[in-house]
Design a protein around this ligand. Sequence first.
Ligand code: JFZ
Length: 466
Amino acid sequence: MRIPLKHGAHRVGKRTDADMQRWREYGLGQFIHWGVYAIPGGQWNGKTTHYAAEWFRTSGLITKEEYDNLYKQFNPAKFDAKKWAKQAKQMGAKYMIFTTKHHDGFCMWPSKYTDYTIANTPYKSDIVKELVDAYTAEGIDVYLYFSIIDWSHPGYQAGTAITNDDRLNWAGYTAISNEKDKAGYETFKEFTRNQLIELLTNYPTVKGLWFDGSWDGAWMKEAAWVDALGTELRDMHPGLIIGSRFRADENGKRHEDTNGDLIDDYDQRFERNLPNSLAETKGFDWDCVMTIPENQWGYHRDWSLTYVKTPYDLIEMTVKANSLDGNFVINFGPDGDGNIRQEETDIAKSIGNWMSVNGDAVYGVQHSVLEKQDWGHSTAKGDITYLTVFNKPMNNLLRIKVPRSKDKDMIYVIENAMFKPTKKAAVIRDGGRDKSGSVYYDIVLPADIQKLSEPFVIEIKLKQVN
Ligand code: JFZ
């Protein structure tokens, strides 16, 4: 039984328009977390935090006053938007999400509605504009990250701060306790609306908004107002793409509404955590945003404290996400001078080199008819199935299990197979059947493929026969 909702999902099932189709085909994206937190980079007065560097204001290592004055030093002399965009292009990113304003409230654009912006730093220039222009010129679509939580706005503080530490605010159990707080929160809502309208007005080429911090308790209680704001933003920016981390329904349900329908356009729940099956995705569009270290989004000076993912870790996640109909987004945290650190530059390059050979297995694909197999992940586009091999068999015989067709009289056969890196046809052997009727094929890995020390793709054509 469906429960009537005023502020739940406004659509059941996926969006079918061209803008959303374009989103679906991205495959790989880049996230950038950049703000004044890049100046301390997780360290202050010789002490280092293990917590996420972009949360540095709450680390206990810096006073609020010290943090709130950091912007007076923000002057990234090495920042070169075109260089970043070229690097992202080479990596193979089709879209980029940029932190216009993180939880600290510092605006990377010259917002009219607060003084806490890039305009009042020694750098002065509009960083959001530089990035939107540079990435758009490279053919990379831009999305704006925007935190609802804003530690710099007095109305936000008045409305929601139980303690000074917003980390305790995770679960969204804040309450507005008195009339003064309520009035303050109204000014915060108006401020948030003004800023969002300002962003879409200033940067009309952006494709969407990536919201964060909407678990805030007071925000979740504003279902009707936030819903109306979403409609207003969509009306002023046709095609606008918004994820499920913007608003709650009237019962406080986030991501999925009370009826289990996805709120807004794609599921944002797979943060730093990929699903393992199509069933887990519930058939929704989704993205997975991922840090390169364990949990650092903003610049942290000391990556020795954490496991740093390798290019092949990230490539496997990219292919896995796409094999389950999601987009994968890799985060970069530039430093306070505007440099992308060497480790990130090297990783981007390796990924880009791999994507330039194997990108067909990632862009514009969907899940394939093959079940998940030990050697890796499979994706499909039209009548081509891409097998991306991450675990090369010791005997160099790659066993592929091909499903029985739903129609009992039909089976799938591999019609032909080609190694993507060498463009050579593969030798396919009959690998037998099992009791359920599934058919197996063995692909013989030739010497040049055996020698590869990186994942590789085999393109196959599956044909249904009687
Ligand atoms: C949030 C931010 O707090 C963080 O700094 C970063 O910007 C990240 C992209 O978003 O962190 C979250 C938000 C949601 C979840 C986890 C971390 N979540 O839903 O599991």
